[in-house]
Design a protein around this ligand. Structure first.
Ligand code: EPU
Length: 438
């Protein structure tokens, strides 16, 4: 039966949390292990749902995945990689978006791939057209089948000159994972350059790949016939770090986030400071806290790296409900990432969402029917309510809103939070949150 979290709000969160490897890197580094001809070791692996899903998919394809019982490090041995049963793969339909990244590595390893229909957060249409376009340009043949897509490359995968219409994180990773062992040179322009992508490049370089990141979002990859395994410590999860930082602000608390890494959070820290949040940085992490003063409103646009990341937007909007004045947030990465504000409005927040682009970044969603700009007036005292969590970041935002609210909230759908926040319940307990779970 689904769990219900009962939260009694109004307690400032105080204490320390640790963040481990990034959700948006770890599963992809696991997929990269398929490209090697011997074992890989991945360290700093969090216990989250996406890691479970990819572990299971790798095992179905004959990869031996062993977890160190003490450290949680993963050893990944791809030497017995094989074709998996379609019905077994199919059981993972809708679980995650990572399976699409198996295409290139599986074609290199066994000549074909069957990818189940994808899952992931419902924050927009989340198409895979860029992925399929680049795969076709490498020479892959893509066929739609019941429950997924089937991909092969009868003439092998060959390097290509590619250009993405938008700097998609996933499509850039698709190119990296496919091009490293494709024949010849691949040049990708319009690439995403998020820190998690740089860390994936580090993994591939350890395996023997030749990849250079050039100016203006151009990545050049010289294909090599073989790659070895890797030994890598995953970069820390900057999105989880930013989430706890917003939790500190929203609940008027003080949270030290061990593992938070300043260079990956530059845009977030600037914004945090503008609102009136305080932080102290040391070698092991960052302390985020509310100074007791008033929070200031601001005008904010999400963007691809090095801009203000879309995954930081939802928890920060909760903090903006406590700022004195009117804030404007323009979401330019996903067309439908404000659905979570409905629950905040029920809790007493004053938020209007608009179809217009309320910002200066040319946005793909302008003049279309997407509610992708929000106007938030504050401060408003939030009141506890019943909430069913809609997606990962929206869900975390609801949790921190409930933790800051007057009275009691009953929250369902918390399983979604486990997709990206390792052991969040015990972290909340350590921070002094008043809740129980039934
Ligand atoms: N897009 C297309 N066609 C494609 C691929 C993407 O139109 O084939 C569009 C998307 O619909 C979206 C935009 O391009 O509007 C950007 O999508 P992107 O491909 O960059 O996102 P992703 O790779 O699917 C990853 C993270 C997201 C994070 C985004 C942006 C993972 C598993 N997911 O998604 O993380 O928001 O990059 O940085 O790495 C989260 O952690 O909550 C989360 C959603």
């Amino acid at each position: 039966m689904a769990s219900v979290l009962t939260i009694r709000g109004g307690v400032p969160l105080k204490g320390k949390v640790s963040v481990r490897g990034a959700k948006n890197l770890v599963p992809k580094a696991m997929v990269a292990s398929l490209l090697g001809n011997d074992s890989s070791l991945l360290r700093n692996v969090p216990e989250i749902k996406d890691v479970e899903v990819v572990t299971s998919l790798l095992r179905l394809h004959g990869v031996e995945v062993t977890k160190d019982p003490v450290t949680g490090d993963l050893s990944l041995d791809p030497t017995k990689v094989k074709t998996a049963q379609m019905k077994d793969i199919d059981a993972h339909a809708g679980d995650s978006r990572i399976p699409i990244l198996f295409c290139g590595p599986l074609i290199h390893a066994i000549g074909e791939a069957f990818i189940p229909d994808l899952g992931g957060c419902k924050i927009g249409d989340r198409p895979i057209d860029y992925h399929l376009d680049v795969l076709r340009q490498f020479g892959a043949v893509v066929e739609k089948r019941e429950g997924g897509i089937s991909i092969s490359a009868p003439k092998g995968l060959k390097g290509a000159k590619l250009s993405l219409p938008y700097p998609s994180v996933g499509a850039t990773e698709q190119v990296l994972l496919t091009a490293t062992r494709a024949e010849g040179i691949t040049e990708l322009s319009g690439a995403a350059i998020e820190p998690e992508i740089m860390d994936l490049i580090a993994v591939l370089q350890k395996m023997g790949a030749i990849i250079s990141v050039q100016t203006d979002r151009v990545i050049r990859i010289e294909g090599v016939p073989h790659l070895s395994g890797f030994n890598h410590r995953a970069l820390p999860d900057r999105n989880e770090a930013a989430s706890w930082a917003s939790a500190a602000l929203v609940t008027q608390g003080d949270i030290y986030v061990e593992g938070a890494n300043q260079p990956d959070l530059t845009a977030f820290l600037n914004t945090y400071r503008r609102i009136g949040g305080a932080f102290d940085i040391d070698d092991e992490g960052i302390r985020f806290y509310h100074t007791g003063g008033k929070l200031s409103p601001l005008v904010l646009e999400t963007d691809v790296h090095p801009g203000f990341m879309t995954d930081w937007q939802q928890p920060l909007v909760v903090a903006l409900t406590q700022a004195v004045g009117v804030s404007i947030v323009h979401e330019t990465v996903y067309e439908n990432r404000f659905g979570f504000t409905q629950a905040l409005i029920r809790m007493g927040a004053s938020i209007q969402v608009h179809r217009e682009c309320l910002g200066s970044i040319p946005c793909r969603f302008g003049q279309r029917n997407f509610l992708h700009s929000a106007v938030i007036s504050g401060p408003t005292q939030l009141q506890g309510t019943d909430i069913d969590i809609p997606d990962l970041r929206g869900g975390f935002s609801h949790l921190i809103a409930a933790l800051a609210a007057n009275g009691t909230s009953r929250v369902t759908g918390i399983e979604l939070i486990n997709r990206g926040y390792e052991r969040f319940q015990s972290k909340l307990e350590n921070l002094g949150a008043d809740f129980d779970i039934a």
